[in-house]
Design a protein around this ligand. Sequence first.
Ligand code: UD1
Ligand code: CA
Length: 456
Amino acid sequence: MKSSNRNIVILAAGKSVRMCSKVPKVLHSIGGKMILQHVVDTALSVKKISDIYLVCHEENRFLKKIFFNKKIKLIFQKHQLGTGYALRKVMHYFDDGSDIIVLYGDVPLISKETIERLILSKDGSVISLLTAFVKDPNGYGRILRKNGEVVKIIEDIEICQDEWKIKEVYSGIFIANTYFLKKWVHLINNENIQKEYRLTDIVALASEERCKISTIYPMESIEIHGINNLFQLMNLEKHYQERQAKKLLLSGLMISDISRFDLRGKIKYGKDVYIDNDVMIVGKVILGNDVYIGSGCILKDCTISENSIIHPYTIIENSIVSKDCTVGPFTYLRNNSVLKERSEVGNFVEIKNTIFGSHSKAKHLSYLGDSTVGSHVNIGAGVITCNYDGANKFQTHIEDNVFIGSDSQLVAPITIQKNATIGAGTTLTRDVKENDLVISRIRQKHIKNWKGTLKK
Ligand code: UD1
Ligand code: CA
């Protein structure tokens, strides 16, 4: 069925040779989000667009599951013969009277505002191009003008002597009338160094036909930066992170150093939250009022409630820290764990799939897995739950006010009832009753004048 009015085509089927990676460039990430997803999300946000046509390579058919939206049509390109060839594949979907906006899947920071300005700029012309002045024009097509009018795009690989001076580059992004575009894409040939059908050749064709070619600049030149190699990917990531951090600072999140903060997802935060250097936020993270996150922490899909302190180098994944808790340094909290109010967990403590009660403490060198821990419990240094027998996992239940002495092993399944005390170095294999003291180590022996073993 033909689409009318205004459609967006995103070209994302290229070879990605310059990335030197098995993964196509549009599937790499910026800020934890797939490069192509950035472009698709922006395209979806543009007003008055009929449909979005996504041209992907045949081998990436799985993208159908990712871009599952009735506005998005996936078209698969088998032969990677160039951007002009890629656009040819979709032209028959569009009415001659409509407009087509072309975006490149490897130019992820293009903004909705710039696309909407590009749409307005076409008024009265057949085609309007997004161009920019960038510090380093290497790799981009250059805009050749005569008497101020655009006449041609010269690809980087074909630049001659004088053309090195041209600083205006092409973003790959344009809007054009479908009737003319259909004609031009079929006139493009591959008689060039790369033997590719280049979409940029339509500009010379438009100029030869004396069609009016308009141009606009983006709000920020970073919007047109393409990703063709890992160096460009790294640079864009850095810029993206700094831009995010600046936005967060301006809306009240205290970040100690804008260049040492990584957000790969979404963050919600209260008032007076402080984030020290080198913290990484991944997925969906919620931080309550007055939360402190020490340097080097990784927080992934978790909630830290008000007044809690997360000391340096702590990793928290899929877990909840309630208010007024102290965690870390070097704590690992994961797999649906919950620390209840005012609990304290210290260095080299790993907590997995465990509810850890209010006012309870595990301050050094412990592993608590598949457990429930009541309130006011003390877990001594080196205590571990033996939750795995090599085949299955078992639960440990520790009730309120239990004291577990250092270096004890709790062999699950096991329950320790409230107010019990476990002596240091105990290996617990049976349940413990309320108020009991259990010690399983041997009595201390003293042998007088022990000589030790002599070296032969
Ligand atoms: C292109 C432009 C260049 C511009 C630059 C901006 C051409 C010929 N040149 O160069 O003028 O300055 O972008 O970033 O267009 N693709 C397909 N099918 C193909 C080939 C490419 O879908 O057969 C897609 C790629 O996945 C990519 C986009 O088209 O998303 C651009 O292709 P790429 O090879 O990166 O072009 P550049 O060399 O960057
Ligand atoms: Ca590119």
